[in-house]
Design a protein around this ligand. Structure first.
Ligand SMILES: [Zn+2]
Length: 307
């Protein structure tokens, strides 16, 4: 901690010196060319510098490097910009918020590693990794449904006609046997060329089965997306439906089809409600629901002593 503080203060001093010199020069040249928001400029410069030199200034484990890459992926930080509104589900308790920050900063949140009491296949690790991707713990389904409900609400408010858990007579779930028909997570009516679209949500953890070599941030969502396309796209097309995979990871990064879909929803919102352009609240709201769903998974696992 001391090292970290020393590092920050020495960096700050350096930055201040540079900024001071720059600003003095600017003022000497012309009063009007001084930066408009010096504090913001200074903070941005400092944060960029810290992020750039992180690998040199600190010893990072391969896992830490991987997490930092995940955090820098597009949309991974969208949830930070939501306005806390209870009615939109955009509020977390302090315990929930702490748990997702700990996950993102790799601060252990559980006292000990132990075997998962439900699947008994893996270690319920202290960083919470297994707690969020064990499919047999009830939180996994809860997170999926929570994100789906947030998406439904976004669509409803945007005036886009959709139905959740809509029965369609062609989607099968291989894990439940070939004959079992499953509903579409969300069916969006008349979405692509007049066709209804089956939106299928899937959440993955990029750190599941983490290996030190060959980690590529963003790979997990891409893989999840192509798996879904492989599984459902053709059958949807054969039945006159469009298929939209909506793959996201535990850090909030989104696969390309998800970005395409949500960008279009965002455009509909803009055209229907003349909201200020550039405010991606469709993304931030969905991002927040992913994090809140995860927080619920962590909190369900937290021992009472840490609450
Ligand atoms: Zn498990």
């Amino acid at each position: 901690m001391a090292n970290h503080n020393d590092f920050i203060s020495s960096l700050l001093r350096q930055m201040m010196m540079t900024m001071k010199m720059k600003m003095t020069t600017m003022i000497l040249i012309n009063k009007d060319t001084a930066p408009k928001k010096p504090q913001k400029t200074l903070a941005n410069a400092l944060c960029c510098r810290i992020a750039q030199r992180l690998g040199e200034d600190f010893h990072l484990s391969p896992r830490q490097k991987a997490v930092i890459e995940c955090l820098q992926r597009p949309h991974a930080q969208d949830f930070l910009t939501v306005i806390p509104i209870e009615g939109l589900g955009q509020r977390m308790s302090a315990v929930e918020y702490r748990s997702i920050l700990k996950y993102r900063l790799m601060i252990p949140m559980f006292p000990n590693d132990e075997t998962c009491p439900v699947c008994r296949k893996a270690c319920l690790d202290k960083y919470g990794e297994h707690a969020i991707h064990c499919r047999e713990l009830p939180g996994f389904k809860y997170r999926h449904d929570f994100v789906r409900d947030a998406l439904m609400d976004i669509l409803r408010r945007a005036g886009i006609s959709a139905k959740k858990e809509a029965p369609v007579n062609f989607l099968t779930d291989p894990s439940e046997g070939r004959s079992t028909l499953r509903p579409a997570d969300v069916l969006v009516f008349g979405w692509e060329g007049g066709k209804h679209a089956c939106v299928d949500l899937t959440g993955v953890s990029p750190l599941a089965g983490f290996r030190e070599n060959g980690f590529v941030a963003g790979q997990a969502v891409l893989k999840a997306e192509s798996k879904k396309v492989e599984k459902h796209a053709k059958v949807c097309e054969d039945n006159q439906h469009a298929f939209v995979p909506l793959a996201f990871d535990t850090f909030g990064s989104l696969a390309p089809e998800a970005v395409r879909f949500l960008s279009r929803v965002q455009r509909v919102v803009h055209s229907n409600f003349s909201t200020p352009q550039g405010r991606g609240f469709v993304f931030s709201r969905l991002g927040f629901s992913i994090q809140k769903g995860m927080a619920a998974q962590f909190v369900a696992r937290l021992p009472a002593i840490l609450m």
